[in-house]
Write a protein that binds this ligand. Structure first.
Ligand code: ZN
Length: 174
């Protein structure tokens, strides 16, 4: 695809998700929740999920931030809704790698074709590769979701992001 066309698509898709975000809501009976802050941009996202028998039955986000962080959060909820936690983790790892993050393993657990099918619009966020400062904006919601599954693993995943909670903030230096 021509570069101009790709840039146009990228901007259109970001705009659509920012204007009408998917699953922009709180979950009343949430079983998992994580709020993350991206201090370098000021993005704040709270992700809530209702998980039953290892399946994400419902997922939503609230927060404030730049258009990339909000659009990416919307895309994340679409990509993870209805998936098992195991599959969601593969999708998150695949997305983070797709937008320029560290490779999780040499053998992708999921084929790139399958991953792209699940990511849908989020595939276009690979545009942030050209803008490393926006990488944290693009991955914030996805990391919040993964940390929501396993809060104890946050040290590995957090990379310059902050858990925005009043009683746990001091633990980040460990
Ligand atoms: Zn941002």
């Amino acid at each position: 695809m021509a570069l101009d066309r790709l840039n146009f698509l990228y901007q259109e898709v970001i705009f659509d998700h920012t204007k009408q975000p998917h699953n922009h809501k709180t979950i009343d009976n949430a079983t998992h929740e994580m709020q993350l802050l991206n201090p370098s941009c000021g993005d704040m996202i709270n992700v809530q999920m209702f998980v039953s028998d290892g399946v994400i039955e419902d997922i939503g986000f609230i927060g404030e931030g730049c258009s990339i962080s909000m659009a990416s959060a919307s895309m994340m909820t679409v990509a993870l809704m209805g998936r098992t936690i195991e599959e969601a983790e593969q999708v998150i790892d695949g997305f983070v790698e797709h937008v320029g993050g560290p490779k999780v393993s040499d053998d992708l657990a999921m084929s790139s074709k399958k991953l792209e099918g699940i990511l849908q619009d989020a595939v276009l966020l690979e545009g942030v590769r050209k803008f490393p400062a926006r990488y944290k904006c693009a991955t914030l919601a996805w990391k919040a979701a993964e940390l929501g599954f396993y809060p104890e693993e946050r040290a590995r995943l957090i990379e310059g992001l902050t858990v925005n909670s009043s009683d746990e903030g001091d633990e980040l230096d460990e």
